[in-house]
Ligand binder design. Structure first.
Ligand code: ZN
Ligand code: ZN
Length: 297
C-alpha cells in the first residue's frame, strides 16, 4: 500500500507533496536532524488525514486505507527520532519505550506491505531488533485479566454479534478494526520472557549503579555510533574469566568451601567463570535506506 506514493493520481495531487515530505524525512534522519524529522512527520500526518477525508468523500477506499499505512510510516519515523533524542540526552531507560513505540508502529506498516523487502522496511525492522539487544532487559511483567466485554471499534457491536463483519487488524476506510476491551478484571501479573508488550520491564531494586553502568552495552554503542541508519550487528557469545577469589589456593589444598574435599576436586573446577560477552560490529559503509521513493509515471 505504500506503493501508492509512487503513482501520480490526477484526483489526488496532494500525494506528490506527501511523497516529497517522506523523502525529506529520510534525508533529515540521515543528517541526524531529529527535531526537523518530527516537525515534517506532524505535517505529513495532517496532510494524510486530509487526503483520507477526500478519498472517503469520493468513495475510494483503497486510497483511504493507503493513507493509514503512510500515516503509520510517519509515526514510525517520529517515534524513532524521539528515540534518538532520548539516546543523545543519555536517557537510556526512557528510550526503551520510544524504541517499543517505533517497533509497534512499524508492525502497522509491514502488515500491509505487498513485498516485505520493498523500501528497505524489513532491513529497518531487523535494525530495531538489534537495538533491543543492547538493553539489559530479559524479563517483563505481563498482566493476566478476564475481559467481560469486547466491542468492535468500527461498528461498536459486540464481537460475538453476527452482524459485525469487521476482522480485527483489517482496514476499513482508512481505519484499522480493533477490539475494544471493557469491564476488565485483573487477576495477576506474570513474569515472562516474551510478552506481547515489552514496556513493563523488571528491574533490580536498590540498584545504585548509574545509567552508564546499567546500560553498559548501549552506552558503549552510543560512544561509537550516533547515526540512526548505520547498520550494525550484536552477537551474544560467552567468555571464561579467571575467578580472582580462588587465586591463593593450590590444587591439593583443602577446599575453602569446607566440603572436606581437595580444592582441585571441588571448587577448583570453577576457577574459570563463564560470563556473557557481546560483540558489536559496526558496518561502516552500510546505511539503511528505509523508504526513499521515486515517482513511476
Ligand atoms: Zn464491527
Ligand atoms: Zn569447594
Amino acid at each position: 500500500m505504500l506503493s501508492i506514493l509512487k503513482k501520480e493520481l490526477a484526483d489526488f495531487s496532494e500525494l506528490s507533496s506527501v511523497r516529497t515530505n517522506i523523502n525529506t524525512i529520510y534525508r533529515e534522519l540521515e543528517s541526524e536532524n531529529y527535531d526537523k524529522v518530527i516537525q515534517i512527520c506532524d505535517l505529513s500526518i495532517e496532510k494524510c488525514e486530509k487526503v483520507k477525508e477526500k478519498a472517503i468523500t469520493s468513495k475510494n477506499e483503497e486510497i483511504a486505507n493507503s493513507m493509514f499505512v503512510v500515516n503509520a510510516y510517519c509515526k514510525v519515523m517520529k517515534c524513532y527520532s524521539n528515540y534518538w533524542n532520548k539516546i543523545l540526552e543519555g536517557k537510556y531507560k526512557d528510550s526503551w519505550v520510544d524504541l517499543q513505540d517505533t517497533i509497534n508502529n512499524l508492525i502497522n506498516v509491514t502488515k500491509f506491505m505487498e513485498n516485505q523487502t520493498e523500501f528497505g522496511i524489513s532491513e529497518f525492522n531487523s535494525h530495531l531488533n538489534e537495538l533491543e539487544k543492547l538493553y539489559p532487559y530479559s524479563i517483563f511483567a505481563s498482566s493476566e485479566m478476564v475481559i467481560e466485554t469486547k466491542e468492535c471499534s468500527i461498528c461498536g457491536k459486540s464481537v460475538l454479534d453476527m452482524d459485525c463483519i469487521h476482522i480485527p487488524g483489517n482496514l476499513y476506510w482508512g481505519q484499522m478494526a480493533a477490539i475494544i476491551c471493557k469491564d476488565i478484571v485483573f487477576q495477576a501479573v506474570a513474569l515472562v520472557e516474551h510478552p506481547m508488550d515489552k514496556r513493563c520491564v523488571i528491574e533490580i531494586s536498590d540498584d545504585y549503579r548509574t545509567d552508564k553502568e546499567k546500560f553498559k552495552l548501549l552506552h558503549y554503542f552510543v560512544e561509537n555510533n550516533t547515526n540512526p541508519l548505520k547498520l550494525f550487528t550484536v552477537t551474544e557469545t560467552h567468555k571464561y574469566y579467571y575467578n580472582e577469589k580462588y587465586h591463593k589456593y593450590k590444587r591439593n589444598d583443602p577446599c575453602p568451601c569446607i566440603s572436606g574435599k581437595k580444592f582441585k576436586k571441588c571448587c577448583g573446577e570453577n576457577k574459570y567463570e563463564r560470563r556473557p560477552h557481546f560483540h558489536i560490529e559496526l558496518k561502516d559503509d552500510i546505511r539503511l535506506r528505509p523508504l526513499l521513493i521515486t515517482s513511476e509515471s
